[in-house]
Design a protein around this ligand. Structure first.
Ligand code: PLP
Length: 430
């Protein structure tokens, strides 16, 4: 008898295994990090998901951050219904893509032009092509533990010790695609400066998650993002903020607004699609106008700027213009994390936590966590027990110790209470 999903989830998962590799359409959904049967969901309602066995679970994944207004928000449902009646794809310009682009350019000052794509992966892939074309350089510097989608050149971690010898993370990525990717430790500016010295005039861009949300949640040390900005501008490279996760989640103009940094290019995804497959990349006009058809850098998409997706994204962003929304999200995140920390303390369990806007993270560790190297040493087995205990108590956490948790405007005081009671009972069993 394995843990996780109930009888109907198991039946569907087993059917899925016969026709879908590993039974899922994105690896972390398969519960490999925590064991057991993945939960199959029927529908969502505000802060809750209802699984195919009829269990109602408090959702702290929220489609990996995308559902910032909660599931099936009435305004999104009615706008999308209306949009669908007008036809679902034109393969030609539509009004909402212009409005969404105008909205993004207005609230994110570093973005003067923006191109819509259909996923965060595509946004990053295109921003990298653009930065190479613009600088006439080939190398890209990324940070260990930062995720930038699954394009070949981004599926790379640091080789042991010698960061300049990058190895692909996945079979099928040719060494040639990986060798132009340099990897440094997150929050370590000296490592970045060294890589610039070793690769004189050859680094096109530094790409970073300004708040790292794909290795748990790690905030940038004071001066780290500022240092990246000055190093890139001194060395003639571009600074790309990958805000696929943080954009419109940690503040009205993303992490760049929060920390006061002006990147050259920014990638978006998740929240800007309002639950539909959308990504975008944008930046200074002079750089973005290198994109076809304004310039020579090719990029295209049959469903880019899809009218339904644009309506959902635009409606979502229109609900996020008041900074008070983010203050409320952040205080709710703190309430959840404080509840968790208190219950851990009462149970004598070592826990590290962090919060930024509508996202938070926690590690079962004795020491603070500032990089992948430190995240990696957290207690994964304890996380798996906690995960399954919480699931049984009615709370759906990300099924991996290296993912952030996400809330929505639908998460209120009663959800904090529900969460605290669950966490209290489970911490005692660890
Ligand atoms: C989710 C994510 C991506 C990839 O976006 P997809 O829409 O899943 O392709 C890229 N970068 C960051 C920071 C992300 O969190």
């Amino acid at each position: 008898m394995s843990r996780g999903g109930g009888t109907s989830s198991r039946v569907l998962y087993e059917r899925g295994l016969r026709v879908i590799p590993g039974g899922v359409n994105s690896p972390v959904r398969a519960f490999r990090a925590v064991g057991g049967v993945p939960v199959v969901f029927e529908r969502g309602e505000g802060a809750y998901l209802i699984d195919v066995d009829g269990r109602r679970l408090l959702d702290l994944v929220m489609s990996w951050g995308a559902m910032i207004l909660g599931h099936a928000h009435p305004a999104i449902v009615s706008e999308v219904e209306a949009a669908v009646r007008g036809g679902t794809s034109f393969g030609a310009p539509c009004p909402d893509e212009v409005k969404l682009a105008e909205h993004i350019c207005k609230v994110v000052p570093s973005v003067e032009r923006v191109r819509m794509v259909s996923s965060g992966t595509e946004a990053v892939m295109s921003a990298i092509r653009l930065s190479r074309a613009y600088t006439h350089r080939s190398k890209i510097l990324k940070f260990k533990g930062c995720y930038h989608g699954h394009a070949d050149s981004m599926l790379v971690r640091a080789g042991s010790g010698v960061a300049t010898l990058s190895l692909p993370d996945s079979p099928g990525v040719p060494p040639g695609a990986a060798e132009d990717t340099l990897v440094a430790q997150f929050n370590n500016l000296d490592a970045v400066a060294d890589l610039f010295d070793e690769n004189q005039d050859n680094i096109a861009a530094v790409i970073v998650e300004p708040v790292a949300g794909n290795m748990g949640l790690i905030t940038p040390n004071h001066g780290f993002l500022e240092g990246l900005q000055s190093l890139t501008s001194e060395r003639g490279a571009l600074l790309i903020f990958d805000e696929v996760m943080t954009g419109f989640r940690v503040g009205p103009s993303g992490a760049q607004g929060l920390y006061g940094i002006t990147p050259d290019l920014t990638t978006f995804g998740k929240v800007i699609g309002g639950g539909f497959p959308v990504g975008a990349f944008g930046g200074r006009a002079e750089i973005m106008d290198q994109m076809a058809p304004a310039g020579p850098v090719y990029q295209a998409g049959t469903l880019s700027g899809n009218p339904i997706a644009m309506r959902a994204g635009l409606t979502t962003l229109e609900h996020l213009t008041d900074p008070a929304v983010y203050e409320a999200l952040e205080s709710r995140s703190y309430a959840l994390v404080d509840a968790l920390a208190n219950e851990a303390k009462n149970a004598g369990v070592a826990l590290q936590t962090s919060v930024v806007g509508g996202m938070f993270g926690f590690y079962f560790a004795e020491h603070t966590v500032n990089s992948w190297e430190e995240a990696e040493t957290c207690d994964r087995e304890r996380f798996a027990s906690f995960f399954h205990g919480m699931l049984e108590a009615g709370v759906y956490l990300p099924p991996s110790p290296f993912e952030a948790c996400f809330i929505s405007t639908a998460h209120g005081d009663s959800e904090v209470e529900y969460f605290q009671i669950a966490a209290g009972s489970v911490m005692k069993t660890l």
